[in-house]
Ligand binder design. Structure first.
Ligand code: LMR
Ligand code: MG
Length: 488
């Protein structure tokens, strides 16, 4: 697969392009993202689905600009898909041909099943593992799928979309008509008991963003944001009754004003019918990432990443670790200190995963600048550790690297993230392990030659190496209560 790839999704409300850079076999990151609210099927639904010339021209212009951006990034491969707007249009060939001739771009119109599948592939690979129902609310259609044990099942596409509902019902103020129509479509959804709902698409993201602001949520990250179905339902009640001024004060952006109610109504009708759903998860990824991953993971078992592989961790290691040996030693040492001590200090074993990743990634900030390197690691991890982790894991890993130096995490920091961080004692203990490992590697050995034992609250460290700098570094650490280090 090309090193730089652009993926364009011509949705029915907005057209979007992402540009990904691959940093190794399965690792990638987002280089650029652009969207334009072209609303290709504007006025089409009342006209037998036929695309109107103004909307086609807008979309053509946006695509022309997208292509110039893609070429500025030297994208070697451009994948372009279109969903319901073109799928449903009797005159789609006119637009497709114009784009092919004028822009040399091939638009692939995907069917509803495929659209649902792409969204689900993105979620099953790039969100923390969970059995879930996915919903992708688009401008023209809404896709569903079930992810059960990592496998995508029961994909379904319904003719429910925000622009469609707006033009057919909301513009005539027929909310009850919209409600009846939504329910008639939702009858087709198979009823599998499930507690998680993953939301994909512009509407779900806009609502999630607004809810995060409403809750004063401390982490600025949409992907993987979790909240309760109750929170969503009561927020939607406010949206449904809001005028434009109120929508603005609810943190809905002006370009969403006319489609946020139709989109919200789809969600609230779904939640009413499926009372088993109590947890909602926001996805920042969707059809575009599904298209990209299908290409990237071609030939992989179940179209998934290899076991224990995480694309964001690998991207950070590929791009920011200067001394791979050192990073591996930090991870190994941290793991063995954890294994020796966690039971005595009553630390849940589940924290080992975050600890080991935190240790491995802790030196990344140094590649930006040596001074304040822990601060750089913290920031990089908080923003770029994007895929496959819960917010709890992301902020914990970031916090561990921030304080992987001499001092324990600041109480102010723990307080700021208190609902998503473990308690202070745990954060302190884990960050101490990485700080200690880092001190024990102050001399940057080529091979790890430590023998470490643990008894009576004391870590006994022995090595035949010259530990002059190491002993100094360990002496300067801030130790948690009741733990000591002795050199033999
Ligand atoms: C789509 O139709 O998939 C997107 O345009 C959805 C949106 O709300 O932007
Ligand atoms: Mg879409």
């Amino acid at each position: 697969m090309a090193k730089i790839t652009a993926v364009i999704d011509i949705g029915s409300n907005s057209a979007r392009m992402v540009i990904y850079e691959k940093t190794s076999r399965f690792a990638f990151h987002l280089l650029h993202e652009v969207k334009s609210r072209v609303r290709l099927p504007e006025n089409a639904y009342k006209n037998g689905g036929n695309l109107q010339s103004e909307a086609m021209q807008r979309t053509y212009d946006a695509l022309e600009n997208f292509l110039s951006i893609a070429s500025s990034f030297k994208a070697r491969k451009i994948l372009c898909v279109a969903t319901s707007a073109l799928r449903d249009a009797p005159n789609k060939q006119e637009f497709i041909s114009r784009v092919r001739t004028g822009l040399k771009l091939n638009i692939k119109v995907i069917d509803g099943e495929k659209e649902a599948l792409y969204g689900a592939i993105a979620c099953s690979n790039l969100l923390p593992k969970a059995d879930a129902l996915t919903i992708d609310i688009g401008g023209g259609s809404t896709e569903f799928s079930y992810i059960i044990n990592g496998k995508v099942e029961n994909t379904l596409s319904l003719a429910l979309g925000t622009v469609r509902l707006k033009e057919l019902y909301f513009d005539k103020n027929d909310i009850e008509g919209a409600r009846a129509y939504i329910n008639q479509e939702l009858d087709k959804l198979s009823d599998i008991q499930i507690s998680n709902l993953i939301g994909i698409g512009g509407t779900f993201r806009a609502l999630s963003r607004a809810i995060m602001k409403d809750l004063k949520y401390p982490l600025n990250k949409l992907h993987s944001f979790e909240f309760s179905a109750k929170t969503m339902s009561s927020f939607i009640d406010k949206i449904m009754n809001a005028n434009e001024r109120k929508l603005k004060s609810l943190n809905i952006r002006p370009d969403r004003f006319d489609v946020i109610k139709p989109g919200s109504l789809i969600i609230s009708e779904l939640l009413k019918r499926k009372s088993d759903i109590d947890n909602l998860i926001t996805s920042g990824v969707g059809v575009r990432e599904g298209v990209y991953l299908s290409d990237l993971l071609r030939g992989q078992k179940d179209s998934g990443f290899p076991a224990n592989f995480n694309p964001s961790v690998r991207y950070l290691l590929d791009s920011y670790i200067i001394d791979k040996n050192h990073s591996n030693h930090l991870a190994k040492l941290s793991k063995s200190i954890f294994d020796l001590t966690y039971e005595s200090y009553d630390i849940d074993e589940k924290y080992k995963k975050a600890l080991v990743i935190g240790a491995k990634l802790s030196p990344i900030g140094a590649s930006l600048h040596n001074y304040s390197s822990n601060q750089h690691s913290y920031y990089l991890i908080q923003t770029a550790l994007e895929y496959g982790f819960t917010h709890q894991e992301i902020i914990l890993i970031a916090t561990l690297t921030k304080y992987a130096k001499r001092k324990a995490p600041a109480t102010a920091h723990i307080t700021e993230y208190k609902n998503i961080l473990p308690d202070e004692r745990v954060a302190e203990f884990l960050s101490f392990i990485i700080s200690l490992s880092s001190a024990l590697l102050a001399h940057r050995p080529r091979d790890l030659k430590y023998e470490i034992g643990f008894s009576g609250n004391c870590l006994h460290v022995s090595s035949k190496e010259n530990l002059y700098l190491v002993k100094d570094a360990v002496k300067n650490l801030e130790f948690p209560q009741g733990i000591r280090v002795e050199f033999k």
